[in-house]
Design a protein around this ligand. Structure first.
Ligand code: KG4
Ligand code: ZN
Length: 341
């Protein structure tokens, strides 16, 4: 079975082809047209600009993808498209394009939850289908979520952020220290030169059985600290220490709560994905914490951590292979939640 995936929930126009051989899904081709340069001057994603770019990109990317994979549209069995959550106008472009393709080709179309894509993306690196139960960590620019996946469409939310997402905190702190958007990779680069123990920034909800996150207090604490030390801001070594200490506070809380949540839910496997999981220090912290508890850790490759369409097509392919009917929702849902998937 071959699935064409389309993802336009935020600022990346992504298309992919995934093949399922009845046992596991495999990525044939994946293309992402990044809009980082377009949104960089604004310090964040502008929905109107993102939407226009998707409209421009999709009719160009899909034929390129098919040509690269040497596959004809006729040889596609299913079109998978992100249904939500995300920016409504951006989602609508992908959705409309997918529906138009479906009408033109007679192929079925299936709406997929973007978060479900992230949740299952680490399994794409394996030679086996997803096995339940597992504990999923999703940490991106829009979401920070701990979920127990008990089966297809059976997701129990154990915790999540009550304010900013982890990636959002990276982006906002980066801006405070004068680094460009998106801030995560910039902070990570700067943190490599700094001392993570230079400053003790606060961490949220220390209780062992609390799986919620709050990054707003941490962000405010960094803001006050920077305001108090304006005279030191021009010193790159001092800025590197701030970045390293902030990064440490985020990483520690993410790694600790993820492993605690897996122990709590008796999950022997953790899947971790979302843009923040590109962070090498976080990957190492999770690897170390999981090794101590003898938990299997599945980390998505960096290009599958950030938004992509392979993860959308893969979920659709796995679900179809498991005998689940395609979601026939005819509308997008900007607030689609995982438990309701
Ligand atoms: O998953 P993603 O591409 O888009 C969303 O669905 O939000 O995640 C983007 C987020 C941004 O906030 C970005 O700063 C963060 O992931 N990010 C990182 C790193 N690379 C990307 N955060 C920390 N360290 C990184 N290396
Ligand atoms: Zn995402």
């Amino acid at each position: 079975m071959r699935v064409l995936g389309i993802e336009t929930s935020c600022d990346e126009t992504a298309v992919a082809l995934v093949e399922h051989d009845g046992h596991r899904a495999r990525v044939l081709e994946s293309m992402v047209s990044s809009q980082v340069k377009i949104h960089e001057p604004y310090g964040g994603v502008l929905p109107e600009l993102a939407t226009r770019e998707h409209l421009r990109n999709l009719p160009r990317l899909v034929p390129q993808l098919l040509e690269k994979a040497r596959i004809k549209l006729d040889d596609i069995d299913l079109i998978a498209v992100t249904e939500g959550p995300g920016l409504t106008p951006a989602l609508l472009i992908g959705h409309s394009y997918a529906r138009a393709l479906a009408i033109a080709t007679g192929k079925p179309v299936s709406g997929i939850n973007h978060l479900e894509g992230h949740l299952f993306s680490p399994f794409l690196a394996l030679d086996r289908p997803p096995q339940f139960p597992f504990l999923g960590l999703i940490a991106s620019g829009g979401h920070t979520l701990l979920v127990e996946a008990q089966g297809w469409n059976k997701y129990v939310k154990l915790g999540g952020t009550i304010d900013d997402a982890a990636g959002e905190a990276f982006d906002k702190v980066a801006r405070m220290v004068g680094l460009p958007y998106p801030g995560g990779p910039q902070i990570e680069k700067m943190a490599r030169e700094g001392n993570p123990d230079a400053h003790a920034f606060p961490q949220s909800f220390p209780e062992k059985d609390n799986f919620n996150f709050s990054f707003s207090g941490l962000k405010t604490s960094v803001r006050y600290f920077l305001e108090k030390n304006q005279d030191k801001l021009s010193d790159p070594c001092w800025r590197a220490d701030v970045c390293a200490s902030f990064q440490k506070a985020v990483i520690e809380v993410l790694a600790r709560k993820t492993v605690n949540a897996a122990v709590h839910s008796r999950c022997k496997t953790i899947s971790a994905s979302g843009g923040v999981l590109c962070n090498q220090a976080l990957r190492s912290a999770l690897q170390e914490a999981c090794a101590k508890k003898k938990i299997e850790l599945l980390l998505a490759d960096a290009q599958l951590c950030t938004d992509n369409a392979a993860m959308i097509a893969a979920v659709a392919a796995e679900k179809m292979s498991a005998g689940l009917p395609p979601s026939t929702n005819t509308d997008v849902n900007p607030n689609l939640s995982l438990s309701a998937a």
